[in-house]
Design a binder for this molecule. Sequence first.
Ligand code: AMP
Length: 393
Amino acid sequence: MKTVVDLKLNNKKVILRCDLNVPMENNQITDETRIRESIETIELISNAYGKVIILSHLGRIKEENDKLKNSLQPVCQRLSELMKRSIKFIPMTRGPEVEQAVNEMEKGDIIMLENTRFEDLDGNKESSNNPELAKYWASLGDVFINDAFGTLHRAHASNVGIAEHLPSGIGLLVKKELDVLVDVMEKPQRPLLVILGGAKVSTKLGVIENLAKKADKIFIGGGMCYTFFKALGYNVGASIVDDEKVAECKRIYDLYKDKIILPTDVIVGTSYSPMSAARLTKISDIYTNDIGMDMGVETIDNLRKEILEAKTVIWNGPIGVFELDRFSNGTKKALEYLSNISGKVILGGGDTAYAAVKFGFKDSFHHISTGGGATLEFLEGKRLPGLDALLDE
Ligand code: AMP
């Protein structure tokens, strides 16, 4: 697989797929990490006298109204401010205006097209990897670079589709993300501690199975631990449970119980709201109406000991409902302990990364991944279509 530095870029029209899918509220960008992380490759291509044509998705487009809050225009503006140079925004995904802008580009110029998912309104053309759309986007360029780590696990027209038509390679961000993950999977410094949390147990069982062979310890917290507790016969009250995964959790627990660490106490609440009551309880004393929200003091202390011993930590998924202050303690404490160890700490997943930013630990770790699903699928040992599409080049 080639990287951007292996390809001839001088005077070439380079289609660059970035992941500029940043969180937005009222048209304001709330976390610009993905924009900042994309700059290195954009600069490299421009400095090599390539013409940079940026494509990215932003949010989901299911109806016409979704377009209003998901234009890439504010992202383009912010990128332009950060790079301190002009970047032309084309408010279209295809058509004469796009073609004219591309034809008028000088060496080193940068333009950005509108959100690739705008094409989903017309029969999911982007998300279903429509061949005609992929061919059109490819026709705008001479070379394709995929630097969108966050969408490597998807086969869309703007990543997999275009790669079928042009000499292609990965960008510097994708390279960096992959290098970190390969390194940690192939030769982790031990002990290797995996911390898993979040709401959806279904997305992480494959990770447990794949990592259980490599990890020394796997801590399971957040919302996903309650499906395990139900599988082990505990009353979990009104906590989040995926009933379809109970049997699988039991099977996985029985297989790897010598490595799996479950909470011994938790903070339960009465509702997912700032008004919720909060109570510390042993796992064996959860009442019918209790909702498991955060880790308890004993659990946090056990996790602290594991963190202090670890030489490598992979963490995916917050271990409590950290969006609510009163249930954010476990996630905050874990961030604090992790920020103080000398071993490698790798954070993956949008919510975990966001928690690190929110609580002031953004620069404290070896690596914070820009991709949630892509990281999980990599850790599960699955193939990533966005990479497979580039393998033959
Ligand atoms: P995921 O996408 O599966 O990683 O889930 C992330 C979400 O998990 C965050 O929004 C957290 O608020 C949520 N979460 C963490 N702990 C819990 C819990 N005990 N119950 C419900 N949701 C939780």
